[in-house]
Design a protein around this ligand. Structure first.
Ligand code: ATP
Length: 233
């Protein structure tokens, strides 16, 4: 579904992603792992074309989307949930969801407000409350739910377990597994190896914008030297 090949991304003169290549298959959940500053967010932004790579290709369903606008990428079916939550604090939860509504696609799960309220019961209970009254975890859930209202085929989630209470982290893991069952393809960026191991089928480790590992969590389990070298565990 997604192929990133030979990607080089910069901020000004700073060379952040270095010939980065990987693929994501339809229906897979892939975790991008790496320490703070390794380049995980930049990878997501480069897929989304919020950062335009200087060279390399980002092929989504057979089309190279490098150089497209982020808006066009979203319309093609990639949903992006950034680390910083983006909700409309003056709108209610329900209104926030309605703002995200897009036409259904044939080859992606179709989400309704009711289906999302079933997955996120906390949001349902407070559907008429304004966004500003919400906790960080609830804002994170709402950002994800609103992105799903766009019916994406591929969901990019930047650090979904970051800054939320442990009980919500557990709920978040179940939610991502539910998305997978519904047929969504998901890429998450994570520093929490345990969380990533629960939700993802495969791990890709990045260090200074270079890919250092691409494989299963059981392989990673057998390679403590890789974990020690590139992850903060
Ligand atoms: P984190 O977990 O902290 O988000 P990350 O793996 O997502 O880490 P990135 O946010 O992609 O890492 O950052 C990669 C590198 O790019 C870091 O060295 C960071 O300081 C630098 N960087 C990030 N954003 C910018 C920017 N807007 N301008 C310049 N440098 C940036």
């Amino acid at each position: 579904m997604l192929e990133v090949s030979g990607l080089n991304s910069f901020y000004g003169k700073a060379h952040i992603l270095n010939d980065l290549s990987f693929t994501v298959g339809r229906g897979e959940v892939v975790a991008l792992l790496g320490r703070n500053g390794a380049g995980k967010t930049t990878t997501m932004k480069s897929i989304m074309q919020l950062v335009h790579p200087k060279s390399g290709a980002v092929t989504f369903e057979g089309k190279d989307i490098a150089g497209y606008s982020a808006h066009r990428v979203a319309r093609m079916g990639i949903g992006y949930v950034p680390e910083e939550r983006r909700i409309f604090t003056d709108l209610t939860i329900l209104e926030n969801l309605e703002v995200g509504r897009q036409k259904p696609r044939e080859d992606a799960p179709v989400w309704t407000v009711d289906a999302l309220f079933e997955i996120f019961p906390n949001l349902s209970e407070r559907r008429n409350n304004r966004g500003k009254a919400m906790s960080g975890g609830e804002q994170q859930m709402l950002t994800i739910a609103r992105t799903l209202m766009g019916n994406p085929k591929l969901l990019l989630l930047d650090e979904p377990s970051e800054g939320i209470a442990p009980v919500i982290v557990e709920q978040m893991a179940k939610t991502i597994l539910r998305f997978k069952r519904e047929g969504l393809t998901v890429v998450i960026s994570e520093q929490n190896l345990h969380f990533a191991g629960i939700v993802a089928d495969r791990a890709i480790i990045i260090e200074s914008g270079v890919k250092k590992f691409d494989g299963s969590f059981s392989e990673l389990e057998k390679s403590p030297e890789i974990r020690d070298a590139y992850l903060s565990v």
